[in-house]
Design a binder for this molecule. Structure first.
Ligand code: ADP
Ligand code: MG
Length: 498
């Protein structure tokens, strides 16, 4: 069987799209690849096809498996279900499974079942998993959503920065990293975090452009103008869905993003007064409510959702007709990632960014809160290391009190804990009520390096500034975005992060 046969046989597709065939060929030849392709372009096939091609020298027990690292537990099940429906032996192992089920899958993997195995990078902390995966030959490692490697701050995934160790553990398998958005800096960082040199990995940059998305920015002043825009975009989406449905009254689905829950609630009230049906989604809601609201939106029962960035992980709804930002998001990357949820079905969709200069202050403040200084690192460390008993007994809220960090948007504590974990200083879990952690080592100098912290702060500010520059940009905005994401450029040599 060759790649093309597998494409016909398993997926029923006629031909490969753009660079898919070249990427597959590269992987089959044992070369590493970094793939940047817009959402919906077909990144998954690039590793799924090689995973399905049997190898001549395979022994039944150590049958090769393709390991897919994905940060999205919410999407794993859907992806695996879709593969199984095609008769492909795939499975996932994550914390959503019952213990029994997990153990069953562990032994199946150990026995040599499955061509594709989906896990989160966190799985590598489990000794049982390490034991099981050691019995298989991992011929291909696929790192999906690879930009998570470099996402600092409150959104970052510490375990993505263990990729060097993970690859070592797996015997340096052929590796493919995939993402829809990565700046040249992030691309370099991905390569570095994989433990590779730029000349060992080939960059396939298909651009980031989604031709069916209509991007627009509008400078506004105050709530009234914002509301007008929200209603207008919704009307356009409704009109489009009426046409698509041949006359029936339809509502095009849309997301309106807010930075602050406070603003979101204010607009919810304004919309309620105008009898505009909608649901609200944000991090302060109970888990069950969040799940219910997400389902209502996914199933199309309520086409309009007002949301904070907490909404999005696992949103794979095809027919989202608009994504509107009512407040400026924190970075160019965040904005581009969020609008990427629109128009996955390929139909025209609107992405409107509303810019009220007053909102910039909020984001500047957020950036400040996500960049603790060296002194703050010291204080957190002192508490968890020397006041360990009380810290674990009373949890994060107590710790926050001790640090005088009670401001609503102050997530310096979470940032510091995340970084301490990333550097292997601590290990454990935490939330507002509880804190279960172990201190493994002293504070490394890197975390206290004032220059390094200053550079990180400046980088965050630049990412926000880029968005403001985009808004002010006189020429073609898409050119500006392409330039930002390094389209047409080669992989740069890594610069040691200070
Ligand atoms: P991405 O991960 O890049 O967002 P996916 O891998 O989920 O995109 O693919 C998006 C859709 O495109 C899927 O429904 C997939 O089956 C389809 N697709 C991918 N490659 C091809 C192809 N060569 N021919 C036809 N459809 C394809
Ligand atoms: Mg994908």
């Amino acid at each position: 069987m060759n790649p093309k046969d597998a494409l016909h046989q398993f997926f029923g597709f006629e031909s490969f799209r753009r660079s898919q065939a070249a990427i597959i060929e590269r992987l089959l030849g044992g070369g590493h690849a970094l793939v940047i392709m817009p959402t919906g372009a077909g990144k998954s096939l690039c590793y799924q096809i090689p995973a399905l091609l049997p190898c001549d020298d395979e022994q039944p027990q150590r049958r090769a498996v393709t390991l897919v690292l994905s940060p999205l537990i919410a999407l794993m099940k859907d992806q695996v279900d879709a593969l199984r429906a095609k008769g492909i032996e795939a499975t996932f192992i994550n914390s959503s499974l019952s213990r029994e089920e997990r153990e069953r899958r562990y032994s199946e993997v150990a026995e040599g079942r499955f061509r594709l195995l989906y896990v989160t990078p966190e799985r590598f902390r489990k000794p049982e998993f390490l034991e099981v995966i050691a019995r298989r030959e991992v011929r291909l490692l696929a790192v999906d959503e690879a930009h998570c490697i470099s996402e600092w701050g409150h959104d970052f995934r510490p375990d993505y920065s263990r990729l060097i160790e993970i690859r070592e553990l797996l015997g340096q398998p052929t590796t493919i990293a995939l993402t829809a958005t990565a700046t040249p800096d992030v691309q370099t960082d991905i390569v570095r975090q994989l433990g590779l040199q730029p000349d060992e990995i080939e960059l396939f940059h298909e651009g980031i452009e989604r031709p069916n998305l209509r991007l627009d920015v509008q400078e506004v002043w105050g709530d009234d103008e914002k509301l007008e825009h929200i209603l207008a975009v919704r009307d356009v989406a409704d009109a489009a869905s009426v046409r698509a449905d041949a006359g029936s009254v339809g509502h095009g689905s849309g997301i309106v993003y807010f930075t602050l829950i406070r603003t979101l609630e204010r607009f919810s009230e304004l919309l309620r007064q105008r009898r505009v049906p909608h649901v609200c989604y944000h991090g302060d809601l109970e888990r069950n409510d969040r799940r219910r609201i997400q389902n209502e939106f996914m199933q199309g029962h309520c086409p309009l959702v007002l949301a904070t960035p907490a909404f999005g992980m696992g949103i794979d709804k095809e027919d989202i007709r608009f994504v509107l930002h009512a407040e400026i998001p924190g970075s160019m990357e965040a904005w581009y990632q969020e609008i990427g949820r629109a128009g996955r079905d390929g139909l025209a969709s609107d992405c409107l960014l509303l810019y009220d200069e007053a909102d910039l202050t909020t984001q500047m403040e957020f950036i400040r809160w996500s960049n603790p200084d060296a002194d703050f690192y010291h204080r957190v460390y002192d508490f968890v290391a020397h006041d360990h008993e009380r810290a674990t007994a009373f949890g994060l809220d107590w710790l926050r009190d001790q640090l005088h960090a009670k401001h609503k948007h102050d997530h310096r504590l979470e940032t510091v804990l995340g970084m301490l974990e990333r550097y292997g200083v601590i290990e454990g879990t935490w939330d507002d009520e509880s804190l279960q952690l172990e201190v493994l080592s002293a504070l490394p100098d890197e975390l206290l390096d004032r220059d390094r912290l200053a550079i990180k702060l400046r980088r965050d500010q630049e990412k926000l500034l880029a968005l403001v520059q985009l808004i002010r940009h006189e020429g073609d905005r898409m050119d500006f975005i392409r330039e930002y994401f390094g389209q047409g450029r080669k992989l740069a040599m890594p610069i040691e992060r200070p």
